[in-house]
Design a protein around this ligand. Structure first.
Ligand code: SAH
Ligand code: SF4
Ligand code: F3S
Length: 484
């Protein structure tokens, strides 16, 4: 049984959509918000943790921060969630199926908690910011010890202390607009490539999307902090950084500075780190300066992920996207003129409420026109508290699934066609390690973000290095080649 310690705070702050929707306060940059309570120094000695991550790169990066925090408390990472003393689920709320996976996992942990009552089960991330989810966990899943949100992971040591000493579920979700906490530890998953947050949150409120409520207001890190992080990573031997934000083109809009994302990208390129990527850039504010910076710096990789969501203007307007199809295509045209070899990928939603068959076909038309290298395609999923959940939806799930399949056929077709263009060419590959399917095959990414697999016949020590590979075969979603 758990000890009860009356001196420890027993938090109970549930999420509030009303507060999560506000966009009034100016974000603060906090240099010293992270601290370890005296009782938690070395509290994890001899104990283990595991964090299971769902969702996007923002969550992956948050997991690295939580890993860093737990290691500074003395905990050691273990590969099995079910054996860990502290088991955390870092969740994603973007679509219903993402949420179902998490509830399945919580149910699966329940008997383990009975066997080992001292095990701490935590749920954090975007689902924790949802009113309905927290309510459901509190009423049906007493096995969860701790719920905290996306704005307060720097408080993890304090919450862990409370969870250890409380019989009730500790809930501490902040629905504030958000701050930027700078002094956080990090244990990165890779020694080769790293995620660098440049901003948090989103102010766009696309009508289908939950992210502006789960991640709060757009708030940027200052250029100096970002560039210094990249310099440190380079000095540690990292070869690639990916600059992260839900909408990187809006970087610095909230700062007292005239700098734009293109200036930041240029400054990061000047660090001479070997590879730079960024995600996600949206069609609005995709400026000519940005295209210039991308094409003028060899270390900014020639791949742009530019979510279109739909190929129909009425649907785009109802999604509250800020661009028309024509404006989108104009950006693609300019990018391709400036950099003909650039790879372009996208996100598309099928079955947005009210989308007609003709409107869906406009998405197919857009796809055929752009001939994307790849795309992430999703069936629209109703999200709690978003405007689109109230839009009338008459198309059945079966029809939406059939449309998704039609779209996915196009994705495969153009992906293969684009990949075939690389046969016979030599590409630079940042080698990450053995391929998932075959230990004797090494795998890495080309500048255009294509997975390249090749045998390492000469047994060279090349993991973590950028090497030349000649492409011999194009698969749908990868390339095969040989070392030269
Ligand atoms: N910030 C990024 C994307 C974040 S979410 C951007 O603005 O592009 C990643 C993708 O999930 C989105 O691009 C969208 O295609 C998809 N998505 C978001 N909400 C969704 C929903 N309710 N149903 C289905 N797909 C959704
Ligand atoms: Fe969601 Fe739109 Fe913000 Fe992207 S820009 S995170 S799709 S609201
Ligand atoms: Fe999911 Fe939150 Fe990312 S909802 S996609 S983890 S911002």
């Amino acid at each position: 049984m758990k000890n009860l310690n009356e001196k420890v705070a027993h938090f109970f702050n549930k999420p509030s959509y009303k507060d999560a929707t506000k966009r009034t306060e100016k974000a603060k940059i906090l240099e010293d918000a992270y601290e370890i309570p005296v009782n938690m120094v070395n509290a994890g000695k001899g104990k283990t943790f595991h964090i299971r991550t769902y969702g996007c790169q923002s969550n992956e990066r948050d997991t690295e921060t939580m890993g860093g925090i737990l290691e500074t408390l003395g905990y050691t990472w273990i590969p099995e969630l079910e054996k860990a003393d502290v088991a955390i689920l870092n969740t994603c709320a973007i679509r219903e199926n993402a949420e179902n996976k998490v509830f399945g996992q919580i149910g699966w942990l329940k008997p383990l908690k009975k066997e080992r009552p001292d095990m701490i089960i935590g749920v954090c991330g975007c689902m924790a910011q949802e009113e309905g989810v927290v309510q459901r966990i509190l009423s049906k899943h007493p096995e969860v010890d701790l719920i905290f949100g996306t704005h307060n992971i720097h408080m993890l040591p304090t919450y862990l202390e409370s969870a250890m000493f409380s019989k009730k579920t500790i809930v501490n979700v902040w629905s504030k607009e958000g701050d930027v906490v700078e002094n956080l530890p990090v244990t990165r998953k890779s020694k080769i490539k790293a995620y660098v947050n440049i901003m948090f949150g989103c102010d766009h409120f696309c009508t289908y999307c939950i992210v502006p409520y789960t991640r709060g207001k757009e708030r940027s890190r200052v250029m100096k902090d970002i560039v210094n992080e990249v310099i440190e990573l380079k000095e540690e031997g990292y070869k690639e950084v990916t600059l992260l934000g839900q909408n990187v083109n809006s970087w610095a809009k909230d700062l007292d500075s005239d700098d734009k994302f293109s200036d930041l990208l240029d400054a990061v390129a000047k660090t001479e780190i070997e590879r730079i990527r960024f995600t996600t850039s949206n069609p609005w504010n995709f400026t000519d300066e940005l295209i210039n910076v991308i094409t003028n710096n060899k270390n900014i990789m020639p791949h742009i992920h530019l979510p279109a969501q739909s190929g129909n203007n009425t649907v785009l307007r109802r999604m509250a996207r800020r661009n028309t199809v024509e404006e989108y295509l104009e950006i693609i045209r300019k990018i391709r003129i400036a950099s003909p070899n650039i790879a372009i990928s996208t996100d598309l939603i099928v079955g947005f409420p009210g989308e007609t068959q003709a409107q869906f076909e406009d998405t197919l038309k857009l796809y055929k026109e752009v001939k994307y290298d790849t795309a992430y395609t999703f069936i629209y999923s109703k999200r709690e508290n978003t405007p689109a959940m109230r839009f009338k939806d008459v198309v059945t799930l079966a029809e939406k699934s059939a449309n998704l399949q039609t779209l996915n056929e196009l994705v495969k077709k153009y992906s293969k066609e684009n990949n075939e263009k690389w046969i016979g060419k030599t590409v630079d590959v940042l080698v990450e390690g053995p391929s998932k399917r075959n230990e004797n095959i090494l795998s890495g990414y080309s500048p255009q973000w294509k997975v390249v697999n090749f045998p390492n016949n000469e047994n060279k020590d090349i993991i973590g290095k950028i090497i030349k590979v000649k492409i011999t075969e194009a698969k749908r979603f990868s390339l095969n080649g040989e070392l030269i």
